[in-house]
Design a protein around this ligand. Structure first.
Ligand code: NAI
Ligand code: MG
Length: 520
């Protein structure tokens, strides 16, 4: 499939239909397994973003007015449809991102699960009543913001789209999603399927394009009232500063250099396998990858030997082949990973290269799994996000020492630890600066468990109930009850005339509320 006429072409999905970019331009989507230019995708610009945002703003009031149960049923139908289309979606994802079919299938199942989970939550997001005494009724409502801009990276394109789009739609928002330029295709299909399952035209638009143009236009658009961004720290800062100027809320899921700790009392076989998966799944292109491994000095050599053994079995090949690891997402990204491998040697680390590349590897952006030993936590390879299958290994002696080392990072996304001591597990979990801590299973949890960072890993939460609430603002409604009108004829069958028995309405100053405070 190299001839131009065999290439896929894809437009933006706006207001329930496919639309070419106003500029007429398209950009190439490359299959990183082969280097092949296999699709031409509409290059959305500010005009296309504007159309999409306006169609979302127009769809919002109707979608918001639907009963939560109805919105939920539509999302549940979408979950079933995604399940039915799993193979097609996974194939597209593999082609666009290079991820192995098994990983893509898992990602698509996760995508369906987001719509199932949030679809089933639609009629359960309850507010609270606040006790002000019998003279008042006070309650809270979870209100949608309006148009939510979702900016998606390339490492888990379809499931990262679903992670934001499902709760945003469930709570009554309308969405404009901007997929990453490396992997635009699956998000476009998701928008189409959503429309076919009953999400109204305009409630979920997907506009592919470049970050500095289409992404920036989305964040700057005056009708966008909340942004969910997943990607690099650098771009996250840009997005957050535009959002700060506009005073709109933003969820930032940024990078990590997540510590993964193996104590001497751990089940070493399980721990080594967990550490190995934690860095090699999706070729290490995972924001929460366990990329800094701290191993107790007494078991360090055994763990390194186990990891070396696991790496020697790790197969590398095209996404569609039955290998554990596919290529990195792009040639540019491979340059970044290669830079860090060269840097590791310069910094004095020992570089152990593993993996079994397929014999007939096509010219894609492949890399190999790497262990780095002889590393100290102040080396750049231990501090900066590599986003590849490169595991830094650092020995430690004491619990206090490893907690300090783990927290000595600009990031705070995830952390993992392995121990058979329950008290230690909770003691250490409490001290780690991370949005999530996994004990005796890296990435334990799922769609139900809130996910997000602290420090340079960002703020706000996705997943779980907390993730849904981040797509809403809290409205408090407080009502003062009027006193019962005096009745002159106790048993009168005459209906009271509407106005005659009403007492004078209290003037606001005459009856100041005991509870009122002047909030500024
Ligand atoms: P990026 O942060 O530039 O791209 C992520 C998304 O943001 C893409 O959709 C992109 O089009 C968009 N974007 C770029 N510039 C924008 C702007 N000015 N305004 C609005 N949107 C914009 O990340 P990139 O360059 O693809 O990867 C660089 C590094 O970031 C990776 O090597 C990795 O370390 C990290 N990263 C982290 C991810 C995570 O899951 N937290 C995901 C992807 C990358
Ligand atoms: Mg691609």
């Amino acid at each position: 499939m190299t001839a131009v006429d065999q290439r896929l072409t894809r437009d933006a999905f706006i207001a329930g239909e496919w639309r070419a970019a106003r500029s007429g331009r398209r950009f190439a989507s490359i299959d990183p397994s082969t280097g092949e230019h296999f699709a031409d995708v509409a290059e959305g610009g500010p005009e296309d973003i504007d159309e999409a945002v306006r169609s979302a703003a127009a769809a919002f009031p109707g979608w918001r007015a639907r009963k939560p149960l109805e919105r939920g049923r539509i999302l549940l139908k979408l979950a079933e449809r995604i399940d039915a289309e799993t193979e097609m979606l996974a194939e597209l994802e593999t082609r666009d991102s290079g991820k192995p079919t098994a990983t893509a299938l898992a990602d698509v199942r996760g995508t369906a699960r987001y719509f199932e989970y949030y679809g089933a939550m639609a009629d359960k997001l309850q507010g609270e009543t606040i006790p002000l005494g019998d003279d008042y009724v006070s309650y809270t409502r979870h209100e949608p913001f309006g148009v939510v801009g979702v900016i998606i990276p390339w490492n888990g394109p379809i499931q990262q789209a679903a992670r934001s789009v499902a709760p945003a739609l469930m709570t009554g928002n309308a969405v404009v999603a901007k997929p990453a330029e490396q992997t635009p295709l699956s998000c476009l299909e998701l928008a189409r399927l959503a429309f076919e399952c009953g999400v109204p035209a305009g409630a979920f638009n997907a506009v592919p394009g470049f970050g500095e143009v289409a992404g920036a236009a989305l964040v700057e658009h005056p009708l966008v009232s909340k942004v969910a961004f997943t990607g690099s720290v650098e771009t996250g800062r840009l997005v957050a500063s535009v959002a700060a100027q506009r005073l709109i809320p933003v969820t930032l899921e940024l990078g990590g250099k997540s510590p993964h700790i193996i104590f001497a009392d751990a089940d070493l076989e399980a721990a080594a396998k967990g550490a190995w998966l934690g860095i090699n799944v999706n070729a290490g292109q995972v924001c929460s990858a366990g990329s800094r491994l701290f191993v107790h000095r007494t078991v360090h050599d055994e763990v390194v030997a186990r990891l070396t053994q696991l790496n020697s079995t790790l197969t590398i090949g095209p996404g569609a082949a039955d290998c554990f690891m596919g290529p990195l997402v792009s040639a540019e990204h491979k340059q970044k990973v290669d830079f860090y491998l060269a840097l590791a040697a310069e910094e004095g680390a020992t570089v152990h290269v593993g993996g079994r590349p397929a014999a007939d590897l096509p010219p894609g952006s492949y890399t190999r799994p790497v262990l780095l030993t002889g590393v100290s936590n102040d080396m750049r390879v231990a501090r900066e996000e590599i986003f590849g299958p490169v595991l830094v290994i650092i020995p430690f002696e004491t619990e206090d020492e490893v907690v300090a080392l783990a927290n000595d990072s600009e990031f705070g996304l995830a952390a993992g630890l392995w121990t058979s001591d329950v008290s230690r597990a909770h003691r250490v979990a409490a001290q780690l600066q991370a949005g999530q801590v996994y004990i005796n299973e890296y990435w334990a949890g799922g769609v139900e468990t809130p996910f997000g960072g602290v420090k340079n890993s960002g703020y706000g939460r996705e997943k779980g109930v907390a993730g849904a609430l981040d797509y809403t603002y809290l409205k408090t409604v407080t009502l003062r009850l009027l006193p019962q009108p005096p009745t002159s004829t106790a048993h009168s069958l005459e209906p009271p005339t509407p106005t005659s028995h009403l007492p004078e309405p209290p003037t606001p100053t005459a009856h100041p509320s005991a509870h009122s405070e002047l909030d500024s």
